[in-house]
Design a protein around this ligand. Structure first.
Ligand code: PAF
Length: 279
């Protein structure tokens, strides 16, 4: 497995793979790999000749009071996981090579970024689309793999890919959960024992919403109210949002019909967690 730190070397690696008619799969990550990432790496391995994992904690997607400086990292562990899973190259560029002095170009998807997480993290998606488009230019993938846990991110990236004519297939893989239902996330490591227990209320509230819908409830507000009641009954929780939205344009539904997304963000202690369910 190659470890590549520079843009030039990365582009050369991918140009060569493309000349050899190999399909390239990119799994973009911020490192501290867990089972969720692993599911993306394995899927890429099945579908592509070459798998590139990018590991880069992208500063432009963190707001001023967010967790950039304490974002968890363990490169040696990530490297071992990648070797064990037949990854061909890790791309881990430096901040200087991604955002060289005088950097001033950003990619912004206008509407899909305004709702859900975009309300409390107004600059987040602009950072995500900027880095993902740069990663596409560096690694030149045929396919790129993202987790459904960040559903809004996947919608935004699909929109960017379409709008900017990237010839990249965006593959969205299912949420991977711990046995007790907690969606896998690098941020789970911030939770203490008590918060870890409280955090289970996110997936439980989604289960509750699904049960209500299965029983025939069609009023999103009623479902939201029941979810709020359940989440607020847990210690150390603070709801950022709970929304029942259209799966394509992410705007709130006024009646449950067809396919919908139930998405939520909840602070458990100081840690902001997200989860969602397609129903
Ligand atoms: O989902 C993530 O880990 C990040 O947002 C991504 C896609 C790697 C961009 O930095």
């Amino acid at each position: 497995m190659q470890i590549i730190n520079t843009v030039e070397e990365m582009q050369k690696f991918s140009d060569l793979a493309r000349e050899e008619k190999k399909t390239i799969g990119l799994v973009p990550t911020m490192g501290y790999l867990h089972e969720g990432h692993l599911s993306l790496i394995k899927r890429a391995g099945k579908e592509c000749d070459i798998v590139i994992v990018s590991i880069y904690v992208n500063p432009t997607q963190f707001g001023p009071n967010e967790d950039l400086s304490k974002y968890p990292h363990d490169f040696q562990r990530d490297k071992t996981i990648c070797i064990e899973n037949n990854v061909n190259a890790i791309f881990c560029p430096t901040d200087d090579s991604m955002y060289q002095q005088g950097y001033q170009t950003f990619v912004n998807v206008e509407n899909l970024t305004k709702s859900l997480c975009g309300k409390s993290r107004p600059t987040h998606f602009k950072g995500v689309t900027t880095i993902v488009s740069k990663l596409f230019n560096c690694t030149k993938p045929h396919k790129a793999y993202f987790g459904q846990k960040d559903y809004q991110q996947t919608r935004v990236i699909k929109q960017m890919t379409r709008d900017l004519n990237y010839n990249v297939d965006i593959i969205v893989c299912p949420i991977i959960r711990e046995k007790d239902g907690l969606a896998m996330s690098s941020r789970n490591r911030y939770l203490n024992e008590e918060e870890r227990k409280s955090a289970l209320v996110l997936s439980r509230s989604l289960d509750l919403a699904k049960k209500l819908i299965d029983k025939g409830e069609t009023n999103p507000e009623k479902i939201q109210r029941e979810m709020v009641k359940l989440i607020e009954s847990e210690n150390s929780t603070r709801i950022d949002y709970i929304e029942l939205v259209d799966v394509d344009n992410l705007t709130p539904k006024d009646r449950i019909e067809g396919k919908i997304l139930i998405a939520l963000a909840v602070f458990v202690g100081k840690t902001r967690l997200i989860d969602n369910l397609l129903v």
